[in-house]
Design a protein around this ligand. Structure first.
Ligand code: ASP
Length: 345
């Protein structure tokens, strides 16, 4: 399906104004990742998300009678609740599937599980799995749209979109989502982070510069192939960036802090000293620069509690932005009568 959005007028001050344009998203209705998406397609999701951020009822309840299944094979707090709130706000019913307590424990495969759920007549599958490519694999074998809610260390596209929306909100870029001139430092465990991969793709496509900062064990030089630069010294960049995104060290995906050689921290204390977002570092950030974190936080490791709860931190605004982003993505994937300002054809 081609999804067309017409006549954004930006009635609420500062919101996108795409009056003269017809924006199209050429897609299969799946959202598997931001890597490879062009700027127009990303903006075409962010524009309705910005509108919904202002007014969650802007499009009414166009998904009434539709069913969304959260097919989660991996733990989640924010993403699962956020998709649920988003779907319900649009009028859809939501079914929660968790691998625990399901036939997965009897050996049912990923594809059999997905096909079984689809056969019940659902309108979208929101998939989270610990393996990279899981959502894509399911998308190849089911007819319903698939939205990737995090696949291993690969992608977490709705997180990337909400990160962009939050950054645009804090830096007054909601009108058009042009992020040129902004620099974002992503700090910590880039290697195991699907959040980082989606954020790097989305941010750079919209014009921002991204610098990844961390020890070689968690931020290898090869990360630069994603379109960012790599820096080992957080203090060398903290004073010049517009946002710092602190990432959790993902021990459950095999992250190690290094062996203490070649400048790697080696233990948690040394890691916090070298890469933690401390109050002292936050104080050295530019006026207006923000601290972001996708959650869950390890307070005292990648971020000091005083920073997490302090005025620069927009982590809860990111959580709030997740709902309109997921509403916009569900609208894109499922379609429906979305009311004035947007036409689905
Ligand atoms: N919640 C994010 C994710 O699912 C980040 C994290 O777990 O550290 O990838």
């Amino acid at each position: 399906m081609w999804w067309r959005m017409r006549g954004w007028r930006g009635e609420a001050g500062g919101l996108p104004s795409y009056d003269a344009q017809v924006m199209t998203i050429d897609s299969t209705n799946n959202l598997l990742g931001l890597q490879g998406m062009d700027a127009g397609s990303i903006r075409a999701l962010l524009a309705p998300a910005a509108r919904l951020m202002e007014n969650r009822r802007a499009f009414g309840r166009p998904l009434a009678g539709r069913t969304v299944v959260n097919l989660f094979f991996e733990d989640s707090t924010r993403t699962r609740v956020s998709f649920t709130v988003a779907a319900q706000a649009l009028g859809a019913g939501v079914v929660q599937f968790g691998a625990g307590g399901s036939s997965v424990s009897k050996g049912e495969t990923l594809l059999d599980t997905a096909r079984t759920v689809e056969a019940m007549g659902v309108d979208a599958l929101v998939v989270r799995h610990s393996s990279a490519g899981a959502a894509g694999l399911i998308a190849e074998h089911v007819g319903a749209p698939v939205i990737n809610a995090g696949d291993g260390a690969h992608e977490h596209p709705t997180q990337g979109l909400l990160d962009i929306l939050s950054l645009a909100q804090s830096h007054d870029r909601l009108g058009g989502f042009d992020l040129s001139g902004l620099t974002v430092a992503i700090v910590g465990d880039i290697l195991h982070s699907r959040v980082a991969r989606s954020a790097i793709a989305g941010l750079t496509t919209l014009g921002a510069a991204v610098v990844c900062v961390g020890p070689a064990a968690l931020c290898p030089d090869g990360i630069a192939s994603l379109g960012c630069s790599v820096e080992r010294d957080l203090d060398a960049v903290i004073g010049s960036v517009d946002a710092v995104m602190a990432l959790r060290v993902q021990f459950e995906r095999g992250a190690e802090l290094g062996d203490g050689a070649d400048g790697d921290p080696g233990d948690a204390g040394a890691y916090a000293m070298r890469y933690g977002i401390t109050s002292e570092r936050a104080d050295r950030m530019k006026a207006g620069a923000v601290v972001m974190h996708p959650g869950p936080m390890n307070r005292g490791l990648e971020i000091e509690s005083a920073v997490a709860d302090g005025p620069r931190c927009v982590a809860l605004k990111q959580v709030a932005a997740g709902v309109p982003v997921r509403m916009a993505v569900l609208l894109h994937s499922i379609g429906g009568d979305v009311g004035a300002g947007v036409a689905v054809t």
